[in-house]
Design a protein around this ligand. Structure first.
Ligand code: GDP
Ligand code: MG
Length: 436
């Protein structure tokens, strides 16, 4: 009997653990998925053997199949390589200088303008683009054109020595209150000494806070050599991987992370100026495994504005209970609805210029940044903000100015008064006319 029990127990254990047999097929599929996603072949091999080692002998959780259990291991292994969180830019210094480097055609100029656009929208930055590629014909004109499209000034001195131009650009930026300078440097078809010397001189002259390597995500196997070379010479602070549009599955990001450990800060997903996104490791892990962009889908669901919460805020507003926390929640809703320009234009009879729209959009971003540097208590009791020490903490924490904070407090007070007035009118039966 003891013998039989032992055998049946062994059988049960075999069923509830991962072994050579029950992972083989799935492992083969995973290997294919990695290669299809353009993961470097050596990286893929290494990864597979590591996964195998980890998996064999591991328990299968109740209710899961061996396949699911294995995928869980693979996913967490990918996350270990890709990094757990978004790697932010270091924007603390004013003006912040970002230097874009990379081979010709990798997407430096395009990414420079995308990044300027992104940071002007998301961080209320006032960028200056600087054209320093004096070799590639038309390179500077290309940047000027892009700058026009996104309404961001471009500093250039045509074929003048790039070191001199960079110095002048920094002076210009300081005089004109630009808090961000993005240097678009020259590339070559291949890495050479001359290029590296030039870039190094530029680095020493400008002391940038960020040196971002721009690499073409479709290039495949040589991407690691290129990244290593640039990193050895220039001490990169991060990488932007471009051309990961639609079908490209982003395996290049995994190769780069695995071989160089450099943070990937953004990915380019198209030619348009809005086609730049922060690098989200989890999304990329899902994408590489072909699980689809689960998180993006999830966000779309959440994006549908929660009407009940809006109604609740309205009620609070009319009762005079409206505070900065409510305002903040409202701004979140507004920004979820996409561009407020579109919304403002829908107000009948309102003549609003593009400039005004841009200004209010900028203000919304600034206000949101300020409010996220406040404590919940401060948002719930805005009168606490009369304290100077609280004010200066919020100002330094948010990196915004005292003027901007006062502006926020004033518009909040003004708005609150108007709403209270409106509430009274409604109670006395005179409905306010919203127009339309
Ligand atoms: P540079 O030589 O490094 O400055 O490269 P450019 O910025 O001039 O880009 C080279 C080409 O790649 C241009 O045709 C860009 O439109 C294109 N490009 C850049 N980034 C992306 C991207 O994320 N997706 C796609 N599809 N094309 C891109
Ligand atoms: Mg260029």
């Amino acid at each position: 009997l003891a013998k039989r029990m032992k055998r049946s127990m062994e059988k049960n254990i075999a069923k509830s653990t991962l072994n050579q047999e029950n992972i083989q097929e799935t492992l083969r599929e995973i290997r294919l998925a990695l290669l299809e996603a353009d993961v470097n072949i050596d990286v893929a091999k290494e990864l597979i053997s590591k996964i195998k080692e980890k998996a064999i002998g591991g328990y299968i959780e109740e209710g899961a199949s061996s396949q699911q259990q294995l995928l869980k291991i693979v996913h967490s292994e990918l996350m270990d390589i890709l990094g757990k969180e978004v790697a932010p830019l270091n924007l603390s210094k004013k003006p912040t200088i970002i230097m874009m480097v990379g081979l010709q055609g990798s997407g430096k100029t395009t990414s420079a303008s995308k990044l300027a656009y992104y940071l002007s929208k998301k961080q209320a930055k006032k960028p200056l683009l600087v054209g320093l590629d004096i070799y590639r014909p038309g390179a500077i004109d290309q940047l000027v054109e892009l700058g026009k499209k996104i309404n961001i000034p471009v500093f250039e001195k045509q074929k003048q020595n790039p070191l001199k131009t960079a110095k002048q650009a920094i002076e210009f930026a300081e005089k004109n209150n630009h808090d961000l300078i993005i240097l678009d440097t020259a590339g070559r078809l291949q890495i050479d000494k001359e290029l590296m010397n030039e870039l190094n001189d530029l680095r020493k002259t400008t002391s940038p806070q960020e040196i971002l390597l721009v690499v073409d995500g479709m290039v495949g196997q040589e991407i690691i050599n290129v990244t290593n070379e640039f990193n050895n010479q220039l001490k990169l602070t991060g990488v932007i991987v471009t051309k990961l549009d639609g079908d490209a599955r982003g395996g290049a990001t995994l190769s780069i992370r695995h071989m160089t450990k450099l943070p990937i800060k953004f990915i380019g997903e198209g030619e348009g100026f809005a086609a730049l996104a922060p690098f989200y490791p989890k999304r990329m892990a899902d994408r590489i495994l072909g699980m689809g962009d689960i998180e993006t889908l999830f966000e779309k669901v959440v994006e549908n504005v929660d009407e009940r919460s809006i109604q609740k805020t309205m009620k609070r507003m009319f009762m005079g209970q409206f505070d900065l926390e409510d305002l903040r929640n409202q701004l979140v809703q507004v920004s979820k609805m996409g561009n407020i320009g579109g919304l403002m234009k829908m107000i009948p009879g309102a003549k609003i210029s593009e400039n005004q729209i841009e200004e209010s959009q900028r203000k919304l971003v600034v206000f949101s940044i300020l409010m996220s540097s406040m404590t919940l208590k401060e948002r719930r009791e805005p009168k606490l903000l009369k304290s100077l020490s609280r004010k200066s903490r919020i100002i330094s924490g948010s990196g915004r100015s005292e003027k901007e904070l006062n502006e926020l407090i004033n518009s909040f007070e003004k708005g609150k008064k108007q709403v209270l007035e409106m509430g009274k009118q409604m109670k006395s039966g005179r409905m306010p006319n919203f127009g339309g």
